[in-house]
Design a protein around this ligand. Structure first.
Ligand SMILES: Cc1cc2nc3c(=O)[nH]c(=O)nc-3n(C[C@H](O)[C@H](O)[C@H](O)COP(=O)(O)OP(=O)(O)OC[C@H]3O[C@@H](n4cnc5c(N)ncnc54)[C@H](O)[C@@H]3O)c2cc1C
Ligand code: SF4
Length: 249
């Protein structure tokens, strides 16, 4: 459950200490579950402060990092949710259009993940996040998008890229059940684009990713793909990109 307090915290209308004290008091007064209280305080005291410190520690060119050398343009549907029939993206983007807000998993594993696996320029996706979110500030946007989301700093901030297929999105949401694409299919007309792009991403960057310790198990799955499957995955990814480019013109 998301609390929607980031704009107030970032503007200084609430301090992290006030939030933590209020949550701690609620724990004792309302006998709440310790694990949810601990998890919440960890977000505010842990992640938020870590990223704040990291931003001030990193050099002034941090936002220009592009470790994967990604240069694809951002698909037009990020600016207009009606242009995509992928349910997870359509629902999340139309919510952002209405509210300027999405919760953490929508930001990381839907919006950011898709931009990462299709190879969008990290600077382009960061500019987009900046333009559409109500809680956007450089210190929290650059760290979350360039570092955590796009892994564009090569692992200075996070220990592995947050790339995932439909399997993860299905576990964390109810989007896939109502989608025109098939969450379990990798190739073919109804295959979920998160699936073929996830494998295309691993194939494109396997040499670079081999040095990242936490990726070795995942990269091991590439060995099980046949040459035909690899060719079909790469062809389908290429075809999708071409279609997006022709929609723009
Ligand atoms: C791609 C991407 C972009 C993001 N951009 C922003 C942004 O511009 N501004 C912003 O404040 N947060 C950003 N975040 C972090 C996080 O998603 C939001 O802080 C959170 O979703 C805000 O909603 P909430 O208040 O309901 O959070 P809750 O889930 O209820 O969490 C409580 C609070 O914990 C803090 N918090 C939790 N995770 C993080 C994190 N990774 N980084 C910093 N603080 C965190 C926030 O202050 C948040 O309000 C981004 C995350 C990603 C993956
Ligand atoms: S099937 Fe794919 S595109 Fe559709 S909602 Fe699931 S992850 Fe998103």
């Amino acid at each position: 459950m998301a609390s929607l307090i980031s704009p107030y915290l970032n503007l200084g209308l609430l301090t992290p200490f006030e939030v933590i004290q209020a949550v701690e008091n609620a724990f004792y007064e309302q006998k709440l579950e310790i694990n949810s209280i601990e998890g919440y305080i960890r977000q505010v005291l842990g992640w938020r402060e870590y990223l704040h410190g990291f931003y001030h520690y990193s050099d002034e060119n941090y936002a220009q990092n592009n470790w994967f050398n990604h240069t694809e343009p951002l698909p037009a549907f990020y600016w207009d949710s009606s242009l995509t029939d992928m349910n997870c993206l359509h629902q999340t983007l139309s919510q952002v259009e209405k509210m300027g807000y999405a919760h953490h998993i929508q930001r990381l594993m839907v919006l950011n993940n898709f931009a990462l696996i299709i190879g969008v320029s990290p600077q382009e996706i960061e500019n987009w996040f900046h333009a559409v979110f109500i809680d956007a500030y450089d210190w929290v946007m650059q760290t979350n998008v360039i570092g955590m989301g796009q892994f564009a700093d090569g692992g200075l901030l996070a220990s592995k890229p947050y790339a995932a297929s439909a399997n993860y999105i299905d576990k964390m949401s109810d989007y896939c059940g109502k989608c025109v694409y098939q969450k379990n299919t990798r190739i073919g007309e109804k295959a979920c684009p998160f699936n073929y792009f996830y494998w295309d991403f691993l194939l494109r960057h396997q040499d670079q990713l081999r040095d990242q310790g936490r990726m070795s198990l995942i990269l091991g799955h590439l060995d099980r793909l046949t040459t035909d499957e690899i060719n079909m995955i790469q062809f389908q990814a290429h075809q999708w990109r071409q279609q997006q480019k022709s929609h723009k013109t």
